[in-house]
Ligand binder design. Structure first.
Ligand code: BEZ
Length: 395
């Protein structure tokens, strides 16, 4: 796996057009009259596609402002975090200490996020989390300079259990990757499913990012549950869907998951994804003028279909635009910046959502089914779902 650390001084439009395939050599530090934005995202590995979607979504929000933030030009820096938690602090410091970014945008993987979080809390640099759901970031370790525009890991799965019990699926096996995102997704699933009367008969896990599912699929077949519920995402999710189907399990066992299971992978999964039920704060098929316009504009700009990760990146961009406009691009004016961002309601393609006091979205959850290669909304699984924010005391 190659690590590419890139320093870019380009407009949002140029960066977007070039996608992630083209990199400029390291350039001299820019003048301080520009806003310095650092992307720390996975551009390689099982979560690569997620990082690319987040970046595109974020750029789209800036491009809607003529590529500016609070009237100032924007300069971009980026680091491939490889979804490697061991390098989280080091990589975040490249952006904060070396590149002196004004804002960190990242990341996808919860373990890597903890590295960014440490650096953000110590340096005070503005940190926008466009995916990673690690709960402590908006619970006991919440911070005035850290805002999440995605979800906490237990939010999407909290609403899953009731949908399963409504379909008479009373005995389930849980399966995931063995790291914090999987453990916290289980926390939400277990709370919702047991409250609705369901029983988890087995909890299974493989190390991240392993896609060696065969032994566990054999175990699931022997357990004969009514349903399987899971957290997987990116390339690993597509492989899990294909292996579950190839093992013949989809004939007798209903597969459920948090919506990451079927986001951005439907082409790769093919018929294996048909009929899979998930809960998520977005769906491609949301029939609203806001979502339709977003999708059209995104396809026009990037020649690619958006997914939930694009939406989360776009909303991180929208949040930053609101903050930057309030301080005319001077992100060092922290009190005015945070005042503009706190409690804000974001008009998102997913539907309007509100920033909680702990800086995590309060948002609706949709129940979706994969029908003919699309995530179709078939109901609302939860209205205004909020994370507990337990232990959060804003300093
Ligand atoms: C996480 O590590 O928090 C995560 C990664 C991919 C999708 C959702 C959550």
């Amino acid at each position: 796996m190659t690590t590419r650390r890139n320093v870019l001084t380009r407009s949002a439009a140029a960066l977007g057009a070039a996608s992630t395939g083209l990199f400029l050599p390291e350039l001299a530090r820019a003048q301080s009259d520009k806003v310095r934005v650092g992307f720390m995202l996975p551009y390689t590995g099982t979560y690569a596609q997620l990082g690319v979607s987040i970046e595109k979504g974020f750029l789209m929000a800036l491009n809607e402002q003529g590529g500016k933030l609070g009237g100032k030009e924007v300069e971009f820096f980026k680091v491939d975090d490889e979804s490697n938690p061991a390098k989280g602090v080091e990589n975040a410091n490249l952006l904060v200490q070396r590149d002196k970014v004004d804002v960190l945008v990242g990341t996808v993987h919860s373990g890597v996020q903890m590295g960014i979080h440490k650096v953000a809390r110590e340096s005070g640099v503005l940190s926008l989390i466009p995916n990673a759901g690690v709960q402590v970031a908006t619970r006991a370790q919440c911070a005035p300079n850290v805002y999440r525009t995605s979800f906490s890991n237990s939010q999407p799965t909290l609403a899953l259990g009731k949908a399963m019990m409504d379909r008479g699926h009373k005995k389930a096996v849980w399966i995931t990757w063995n790291y914090s995102a999987g453990a916290e997704a289980l926390e939400g699933f277990e709370a919702g499913y047991t409250a609705a009367g369901g029983t988890i008969i087995e909890k299974l896990a493989v190390p991240f990012p392993s896609v060696e599912f065969q032994a566990l699929l054999t175990q699931i077949a022997a357990l004969k549950p009514d349903a399987v519920a899971c957290f997987f995402a990116g390339g690993g999710a597509a492989k899990f869907l294909r292996d579950f189907h190839a093992a013949g399990l989809s004939k007798t066992i209903q597969l459920y998951g948090s919506g990451f299971l079927t986001e951005g992978v439907l082409e790769a999964a093919g018929p294996a994804a048909e009929g899979v039920l998930t809960t998520m704060h977005y769906s491609d098929s949301l029939d609203t003028p806001r979502n339709k316009k977003f999708r059209l504009d995104y396809v026009k700009a990037f020649k690619a279909q958006p997914d939930v990760y694009s939406v989360q990146g776009y909303d991180a961009g929208q949040l930053l635009v609101i903050g930057a406009n309030a301080v005319k691009g001077d992100l060092s004016n922290k009190s005015a910046l945070y005042a503009a961002m706190n409690g804000v309601t974001i008009d998102s393609p997913r539907g309007k959502w509100t920033m909680s006091a702990a800086h995590n979205p309060i948002q609706d959850m949709y129940l979706r089914e994969v029908v003919k290669g699309e995530n179709k909304v078939i109901g609302i699984a939860g209205k205004a779902v909020a994370d507990s924010g337990a232990g959060c005391r804003m300093g």
